[in-house]
Design a binder for this molecule. Structure first.
Ligand SMILES: [Zn+2]
Length: 122
């Protein structure tokens, strides 16, 4: 049974064209005789899962960055840059951090539960 767009109902359909991989491409509704693209519910679900999976990684990282106190985007840590309290940084070794204190030449950065003192140009 496949959903027929014309009948607006689940109807028996006859496959009239196949994809190269053997999946139904076009079907004819046995009730109203209209021919339309076959909407494969499994293929659609698989595609949705795949898309979600691909996006989930980048999106959750983005959300995580944004969710922390500041709205400023995380900057890649470099000792040549100047940082201020509240800045989000990404460190090549420690990952994402939050500047909790900025002093002359040094910043205290919280990486998860660890607090580290890093150099900066400020
Ligand atoms: Zn129909």
């Amino acid at each position: 049974m496949t959903y027929c767009g014309r009948c607006k109902e689940e109807r028996m359909h006859q496959v009239v064209a196949l994809h190269s991989d053997g999946r139904a491409e076009r079907v004819t509704c046995k009730y109203c005789q209209s021919t339309h693209l076959y909407r494969d519910p499994e293929a659609k679900a698989a595609r949705a899962r795949k898309t979600n999976g691909a996006n989930a990684g980048s999106r959750s990282a983005e959300v995580k960055t944004r969710a922390v106190a500041s709205n400023r985007p995380a900057r890649a840590y470099s000792p040549q840059e100047t940082y201020a309290t509240g800045d989000q940084i990404t460190h090549p070794k420690f990952g994402e951090g939050n500047v909790v204190e900025a002093r002359a030449g040094k910043i205290d950065v919280r990486f998860g539960r660890e607090l580290r003192t890093l150099l900066h140009a400020g």
